[in-house]
Design a binder for this molecule. Structure first.
Ligand SMILES: [Zn+2]
Length: 147
């Protein structure tokens, strides 16, 4: 079989069959399972209801877990709040209407005092349309020294 790039890590590998598009590394297999579940949640209402119910049961059996998680992972909690706000907007406005970038969706985080790079702050880069991962980026002001 001819080598193909893994859809997760992009490294070429030899697939066992034409359907295999993730390589066998644990990280890529985890990504494959997560993608499968994401798709299943979107396409199978019964599966989605089952998952929500078992998550609810688990949360009831582990009181305080998510509160402690948010306390110990403030950046992840903030990221989740942003993503939830986006999901809420999509739900109320409809998926295909609101494609214009909304500046209020870009949350400014952890602004710092200036150094030689003149940073503006740290931001979450949240893709609204394209399917890609959310990334944390540092933004810097660019000054033109030649004028
Ligand atoms: Zn891979």
């Amino acid at each position: 079989m001819e080598q193909v790039p893994c859809v997760h890590c992009m490294i070429f590998f030899t697939p066992r069959n034409r359907k295999q598009n993730y390589c066998k590394t644990p990280e890529c297999q985890k990504a494959r399972k997560a993608a499968w579940q994401r798709n299943k949640m979107h396409t199978d209402p019964d599966y989605k209801a089952d998952q929500k119910l078992s998550q609810k049961k688990w949360a009831l059996a582990h009181p305080g877990y998510w509160k402690a998680y948010r306390k110990h992972n403030p950046e992840k909690a903030q990221r989740n709040r942003i993503l939830q706000a986006i999901r809420n907007r999509r739900r109320t406005k409809g998926q295909h209407q609101d494609k214009k970038m909304d500046v209020s969706l870009i949350a400014k985080m952890d602004a710092r005092t200036s150094n030689e790079f003149n940073p503006i702050g740290q931001f979450w880069l949240v893709p609204v349309i394209a399917k890609m991962d959310v990334r944390k980026v540092n933004m810097y002001a660019i000054t033109d020294r030649y004028h």
